[in-house]
Design a binder for this molecule. Structure first.
Ligand SMILES: [Zn+2]
Length: 139
């Protein structure tokens, strides 16, 4: 996992700077701001746990989630067990996803035909955006 971005100036030039109340503390080299995140030891930021489980519920396979988020499929399987997540059977709708940067996302949304016949959800993913789309299977 990469270091988190500085919440104040968005710089990625941060260094670990001790642990405060079980939370990793970082110092931003650019603006010298100190901040902590909920990530300690081999733990992964809960944001990514939520994202992984979200994708799992959408019917995306462990291997694909591993590829999208860079989190081992073993971790994802463990979370699914830990949180007792059950994905509903996907029959009528088929989820697809795309990872886009901001310009690509704007370009995609500009074309109104891309918004027809499908539901979609856009979530932030690092410095990019993930777009999940549901399209009905053709009979
Ligand atoms: Zn900073």
């Amino acid at each position: 996992m990469k270091n988190p971005a500085c919440p104040k100036c968005d710089s990625l030039q941060v260094v670990k700077s001790g642990i405060i109340n079980d939370r990793q503390r970082y110092r931003c080299k650019k603006c010298t701001y100190y901040f902590t995140v909920n990530k300690i030891g081999k733990g992964i930021d809960s944001y990514y746990v939520t994202k992984a489980l979200q994708l799992y519920i959408e019917g995306i396979s462990y291997r694909e989630i591993e590829r999208i988020l860079g989190i081992s499929h073993v971790s994802i399987m463990n979370w699914v067990k830990k949180y007792k997540i059950k994905a509903p059977e996907q029959t009528e709708y088929h989820p697809t996803y795309k990872i886009l940067n901001h310009a690509e996302l704007v370009e995609h949304l500009k074309n109104s035909s891309n918004l027809k016949g499908a539901g979609m959800m856009i979530t932030e993913l690092g410095d990019k955006y993930m777009m999940i789309k549901w399209t009905r299977f053709k009979d």
